[in-house]
Structures are given as C-alpha cells and as structure tokens.
Design a protein around this ligand. Sequence first.
Ligand SMILES: Cc1cc2nc3c(=O)[nH]c(=O)nc-3n(C[C@H](O)[C@H](O)[C@H](O)COP(=O)(O)O)c2cc1C
Length: 324
Amino acid sequence: MNTLGNKLRVTLFGQSHAPFVGVSIEGLPVGMRVDDEQLTAFLARRRSSGKGAQTSRVETDEPRVLCGIRDGIVCGDTVAVIFGNANADSSAYDAALPRPGHADFAALMKYGKDFDLRGGGPFSGRLTLPLCYAGALAVQILNGKGITVESRILSVAGETDAGRFDEIMMNARENGDSVGGEIALTIRGVPAGMGEPPFAGMENRLSAALFGIPAVKGVEFGDTKAYGSENNDAYGIRDGRAVPLTNHAGGILGGITTGADITAVLKVKPVPSIAKPQQTVNMETLTEETLCIRGRHDACILPRVLPCAEAAAALVICDMLLGG
Ligand SMILES: Cc1cc2nc3c(=O)[nH]c(=O)nc-3n(C[C@H](O)[C@H](O)[C@H](O)COP(=O)(O)O)c2cc1C
C-alpha cells in the first residue's frame, strides 16, 4: 500500500538502489504557487550531511518534476517528481543474509528472493525523500491557513539533556553501534471537530501515516499520567470561549480534535545496520553466519526523521481539511 490520503493522494515509488525514487501527488489545488525556497530548505533537513552520525551516502536530492508544476505553479491534477539515486553502492549487500532488525527477513518471507532489497529496497529511509517533497507542499498549504507543524528531538537513548545528544550519537558510531530515541511533534492551529471516530479519528489517521516512516515504532498522543486527577484537562472560559485549560489530551479526545495543539511523541528505534558483528542465517544454504555490515549507514536518524514526521502529519491534516 504505497498511497496515503483520500483527497490529497500521495503515492511513493522506487527502491534505494533503483535509478530513482519518486512520488505522485494528486489533489493539490490547481493554481497553488510553490515556494521553492521553503521546499529546498525542508528537503535539506532530511538530507544526510555525510558527517557525524549521518550516513556517508550523500545524494543531491535534486527534484526532477515530470509534470504538474509549471513556472512554480501547480498546473495539473497530478504532480509527479523523481529523485535520482546516483550514490548507491550495492556491493556491500548480500541478498542471502538478512540484516537483523532491518526489513530484509520479513520481506524475503513475504515476497521471495527476487525482491530488490539492496540498500533496504523500498524499506529504505531513501523513500522518505519523496514523502518530504509532498509533505513540504502540504506544509505550505497549512501555513496559509495558520496551521504549523513542528518537531524536535526529545531524548536520545533515554537522555533528555540536548547538550549531550551529539556526544551520545558519536559514541554509538565510534562503537560500531547505532542509537534511537524520541521525537516530540506539535501541530498548532488545527480547528476543533476534525476526525471520524472510531476508526478514522485524528489519532488513527496521524499514526497510520507516521508509522509509514521506517524505524518509527511508537506514536503516543498527549499524556497518560497515572491518575485521572493529573491527566484530565479542566475547562474554563477564556476570551468568551469554552476551552480546555491544560492540554494533557494532546489536542484530541474521542478521536476528535479539541482545537488545542496536537502533541505526539514518536519512538524511533536505533538504526538496524550496525558495524558490530551480528549473527544471521544464509537463506540459501540455511546455515548460520556472522554478518559484518560494510555499507554506509546512519548511526542515529533522529535529526533526519524530524522533517519526515512533519511531512507525514502535514499530509494527513491537509487531506482531512480537503475533505479526505
Ligand atoms: C531517514 C532514515 C534513514 C535511515 N537510514 C538507515 C540506515 O542507514 N541503515 C539502516 O539499517 N536503516 C536505516 N533506516 C531505518 C530502516 O529503514 C528501518 O529500520 C527498516 O526499514 C525496518 O523498518 P522498521 O524499523 O520500521 O520495522 C532509516 C530510516 C529513516 C527514516
């Protein structure tokens, strides 16, 4: 299922080591002016710098628009964009040896050995580039309606002191390891009353999209404090309107937005590909083997997941605002 959304429909395609990854976006308002500067800045936040804990696979991430945008204006009902994979090195991948923690094993079970899993195939973080392209456009639409989407790293390996994040990430890299953590996502300005419970509530819709980001393993909305007396948000009158006075609900009750900020915490697992030797099996010979991963990998993807989370959330809110 490569498509997200109903009215604003985003379909991702490609594989990590195929010539291209790309996206088709249906349902953007025709006549929308694309802010190229914002788009470029958004994509740059996801791109690896090739330094520190980020992968040394550096791609230009230059979008090639095939159709749907002319002279910076959306001019058709489908925008199609591709991004070249110029810097893929497939020599480091042995298709018979599933990497522990990656999607290789599960995908081999489901699709068989002809499925192209080099570099993680379609499960690669590379597919978040076209997601971010579509998401950046959704952010532009939302910003025009006074809605903003923000994210930040909340913790790395349980440490919440932001001053220590870089050091923890670099230590993981130097030890041939990887490290995960948590991201806080905040969406401001969403009107009250959005969400169709029980199965298409705002939590359902947002989490379905956020779980589409590889390595996201948990999505939690608002707080779940131990006692109701701490967790409930009392109501009061402010500026002549009835409003929740606190926001432990994370802006959603019964799957419906309250008009308060939507707040979520994403749990991001450590990157599966690590340099330490790991045990795996050779799926052709059915023998146990030691795997030493030589490919280029992120030791911590948290900074790169931030725009991905914002993109996924923006696409959902935008789709819902358009009636999807
Ligand atoms: C931006 C980004 C970059 C990623 N880079 C890597 C990487 O370099 N090596 C790796 O093993 N996994 C990487 N991942 C994570 C894997 O794609 C992911 O763990 C894998 O597809 C299995 O899916 P799951 O963790 O959601 O179950 C990355 C994910 C994202 C979002």
